[in-house]
Design a protein around this ligand. Structure first.
Ligand code: GUN
Ligand code: FE
Length: 446
């Protein structure tokens, strides 16, 4: 039985290369917040469904310039770095962490500060059309619980990680787990607290095993986290071969690539999401594919720290699973629209190359360009697959996680796919009219 009916035109991914659009459809949503059917204007039940929803005030009827899109999935984001977004992007990764990021994250020992930042950040994500987020917290148990509680209170579909960073050689005294034992204990305590929260609410919030990245963690911590991931069957998140320095670090310490280190400690599972991967080799990619581990493409952040462009097209052809991440605050924008655009632009630059003193044919990596349809796929279906969620699509059986967006005025006649392109290139926060998670309104622009 329908609880809510949305009347309008929607766009949803058909596959990594194709977007579908459906005009003036009814999207019928049941009590549990699942889309139970989509009804075409030609369907004989259409008028009856529309009328009864209208009479019972269960109808959302879009204006002619409004469109429905699936809610976006931010597959890699650091919630505590929100105060620093758009700042401090002048140093390479290791220096950026030590000079700016670790001092900022250390402040989350103060629960009032955590409350203020996390309340604002969760609202910000929703207001940008993001309905699901895979987030790093900090090493602080209570602050991470605050992030979980804000996500539940505001209706974000959240995955939250208690960060582990216990290696004294790569972390400062003021921001490090007290010991490997406490790092693992805090992770387990956090898992239990989130399970308690799930029992007390109807939330689907999920704890995530979160080794910050190989350099920050001791062997014992990586090993313990691999065990916890298996014991509780939980998602894992980390950074992987993010930059030249980071990729080289694993080789120096272990004599193998980052990816093989993660494999050694049982951290590559089909519920693992590894961010960046700009320096991954073909054999790394093959191992990730075999394990069903996903890669979070963070195109804005990679400009600053990546020392290269992730060849998304190649990964998709190879069968790697890929989604999209804002990587606040390595990336400066929480908007996945902005990241979608950068994904397309970076792929164009990878194709053409950047050094015009080289002959054209030697400059770039041919065939690397991705289309807007592919970038949209990453932000919706790619993320949902990585998190093993039935969301990211407007289709029966999927969670009703969607955004209603105001299109810009046009002086040209636009085809349906022109409208899609415009939405992807031009939508800003102020164009997002409202956002729904599991059929419930979680944001409306005042
Ligand atoms: N590597 C380890 N920690 C971080 C972080 O906070 N952001 C990014 N971009 N890379 C990291
Ligand atoms: Fe990151």
């Amino acid at each position: 039985m329908e609880n809510l009916v949305v009347h309008g035109t929607y766009f949803t991914s058909q596959n990594a290369n194709k977007v579908e659009s459906h005009e003036n459809y009814l999207i019928c949503i049941d009590q549990s917040g699942t889309i139970n059917r989509t009804v075409a204007p030609s369907d004989k039940e259409y008028s009856k469904l529309l009328e009864s929803a209208r009479k019972q005030e269960r109808l959302i009827y879009l204006k002619p310039n409004q469109y429905i899109l699936p809610g976006f999935i931010d597959l890699h984001v650091h919630a505590p770095q929100w105060p620093q977004a758009g700042l401090a992007l002048d140093l390479p990764l290791a220096d950026w962490l030590n000079h700016y990021t670790f001092p900022l994250e250390a402040k989350f020992s103060d629960l009032d500060y955590a409350h203020r930042v996390y309340r604002d950040f969760v609202h910000e994500l929703l207001s940008q059309g993001t309905t699901t987020a895979l987030m790093f917290g900090t090493i602080h148990n209570n602050a991470n619980l605050e992030l979980a509680q804000q996500s539940i209170a505001q209706g974000l579909r959240a995955f939250v990680g208690q960060v582990v960073m216990d290696n004294p050689e790569q972390t400062p005294d003021y921001y490090r787990n007290q010991s490997t034992t406490t790092a693992l204990q805090d992770t387990e305590k956090f898992i239990q607290s989130i399970f308690d929260l799930r029992r007390q609410t109807t939330s689907t919030i999920m704890p995530v095993i979160t080794p910050r990245f190989v350099p920050s963690c001791t062997d014992e911590a990586l090993s313990g986290l691999g065990q916890l991931a298996r014991q509780y069957d939980l998602p894992v998140q980390s950074h992987l071969s993010e930059s030249n320095w980071e990729h080289g670090y694993a080789i120096k310490r272990f004599g193998i690539h980052d990816t093989s280190v993660m494999e050694r400690f049982h951290l590559l599972t089909k519920r693992s999401v590894m961010a960046h991967g700009t320096q991954l080799t073909d054999s790394d990619l093959e191992l990730l594919r075999q394990r069903g581990t996903s890669i979070a493409h963070c195109p804005i952040s990679n400009i600053y720290f990546g020392n290269g462009v992730l060849p998304v097209k190649k990964l998709l052809i190879h069968g790697n699973q890929v989604g999209l991440g804002s990587d606040i605050s390595g990336g400066y924008s929480p908007s996945l629209y902005h990241n979608i655009r950068q994904a397309v632009k970076s792929s164009q630059m990878l194709t053409d190359g950047v050094d015009s003193s080289k002959p054209t044919e030697k400059r770039g990596v041919r065939g690397s360009r991705i289309t807007m349809a592919t970038a949209f796929y990453l932000a919706t279906v790619g993320g949902a697959k990585a998190l093993r969620l039935k969301t990211g699509e407007i289709a029966p059986g999927y969670q009703a996680d969607f955004q209603i967006v105001n299109g810009h005025r046009s002086l040209m006649k636009l085809s349906r796919m022109d409208v899609f392109q415009r939405l992807m290139y031009q939508t800003e926060q102020q164009d997002i009219h409202s956002v729904y998670v599991a059929g419930k309104e979680v944001y409306r622009r005042e």
